[in-house]
Design a protein around this ligand. Structure first.
Ligand code: PA5
Length: 438
């Protein structure tokens, strides 16, 4: 299903290079299993694809009811409460969607223009809301929910609106939970032991994915197969190969890992991946900085830097082996563009040759690549891939001795924002920051 190819990595695919990482990897893996490592209270994601099966029926039922009643589904959330669903939906839905049902994400930034334009767009549409927030207090989704809850209530009345709002939040705590109880919304629970960026296999990801008409059972089955396969504690485990190689690059002084896709549908998988690794490893002044690019598009921009700039980065390249679609280059009588030599060649073949050529060029330019070959891009394979990355990220975090499950650094901007907005309780910080602004 997924293969790790180290041929274009700095040290080639020599297993000996990896072997010194085996014991540390086994130790890290064991501490996940024994729940003895850092952040052990957030390990609910580890065997989640298996445990969550019991919730699938009710998630599908709620999705079906909403699909009957609305044409547009607003998914309100930010960070881990948004990126997983966005990644899966963007990867699996058609590029040009002429279906009448539509998923729109909001609450993942604070753009007044976006919110106002969305309000206008929804004016004459039947819409439903899935508001997702584990803490229930995050500013961005709270603003969006306040606006669109009011719009829905104005459109169809408070009682009807209640039928079209689903809250995904903490089981007991938080403002959203309180509001949902008070208003009688249907709710789904984000388990205490699953952090935002590891929550794609909970209702956080599954309900929006089901609303998009994607088979969540296939998605979970891919993840469950990955969970079983990656129990293997040897260097034949693709997770071990990937984690060892990225840490070899890190130990050799690389500072940046870029996730590269040759299929634009993977753009948000990269965004999800960046949150997963960036928030998990970037702490205590450690960790690789994670970036991403879509090739061949970005070969015409960032490609210059990757080939020729500072030698601080390596790439992890996602190769979808079986194309989603393909066709041959059409013949043209005049051949003014000189493409007739390709009339027996398919577009995907050209894309694959572009990938191979780039891998070799970047290897020559001392920008090595780890290649991940995924058979195809469907719900099952995507579930497998996302679980592969979750496990890789946890093990990798343990290898550099950070807690891969907290995000203390995210609080700093929030504190300043609240202080600048003069939120009650932040009086001292307000004074300090206002002095700095003078
Ligand atoms: O990974 C994380 O924990 C964060 O990105 C959160 O998901 C994000 O900040 C949103 O938090 P919440 O779901 O509490 O609104």
């Amino acid at each position: 299903m997924l293969k790790v190819d180290l041929k274009y990595a700095f040290n080639t695919g020599d297993v000996d290079v990896l072997s010194e990482w085996l014991e540390p990897l086994k130790k890290a893996h064991q501490s996940l299993i024994n729940k003895s490592g850092k952040g052990a209270e957030f390990l609910g994601w580890y065997d989640l694809p298996k445990r969550i099966q019991s919730e699938v029926k009710s998630i599908n039922q709620v999705a079906e009811t909403i699909i009957q009643k609305a044409d547009v589904f607003l998914v309100i959330g930010i960070g881990g409460s948004y990126l997983g669903a966005k990644a899966v939906i963007e990867a699996l839905k058609p590029y040009f969607n002429h279906q009448e049902k539509e998923i729109i994400f909001v609450g993942h930034h604070i753009s007044a223009a976006y919110i106002q334009e969305l309000k206008t767009y929804l004016m004459d549409k039947k819409f439903a809301i899935n508001v997702i927030s584990k803490s229930g207090t995050t500013t961005e989704p709270a603003i969006a929910f306040r606006v669109f809850k009011a719009l829905l209530e104005t459109q169809i009345g408070k009682d009807e609106a209640k039928q079209l709002i689903v809250a995904t939040t903490d089981e007991k705590r938080g403002a959203l939970k309180q509001l949902a109880d008070q208003e009688g919304y249907q709710t789904f629970v984000i388990p205490d032991d699953v952090g935002g960026r590891y929550s794609v296999f909970t209702a956080v990801g599954l309900l929006p994915i089901a609303l998009a008409g994607i088979d969540i059972e296939a998605f979970l089955s891919g993840a469950e197969k990955a969970f079983v396969m990656y129990q293997n504690q040897s260097l034949s485990n693709p997770v071990y190969q990937y984690v060892a190689m990225r840490n070899i690059h890190y130990a050799q002084g690389k500072k940046i890992e870029m996730l590269i896709g040759y299929e634009p549908k993977l753009h948000y998988v990269s965004e999800w991946w960046k949150q997963l690794f960036g928030e998990s490893e970037g702490k205590d002044h450690k960790g690789l900085f994670v970036g991403s690019a879509n090739f061949t598009t970005d070969l015409h921009s960032l490609g210059q830097y990757i080939q020729d700039g500072q030698r601080v980065l390596f790439e992890t390249v996602l190769n979808i082996e079986t194309p989603l679609d393909d066709f041959n280059i059409p013949y043209d009588e005049d051949n003014l563009d000189g493409l007739n030599f390709l009339t027996k060649t398919s577009v995907d073949t050209i894309n694959k040759q572009a990938m191979l050529g780039t891998l070799m060029a970047h290897q020559d330019g001392l920008a090595p690549s780890i290649v991940l070959h995924l058979n195809r891009l469907d719900a099952e394979h995507l579930g497998h891939l996302l679980y592969f990355f979750e496990l890789s990220c946890a093990l990798s975090g343990y290898l550099i001795d950070v807690n891969p499950f907290d995000q203390p650094g995210v609080e700093a901007y929030k504190k300043n924002m609240f202080a600048l907005l003069e939120k009650p309780g932040f009086e001292l910080e307000t004074q300090t920051l206002k002095k700095r602004l003078k």
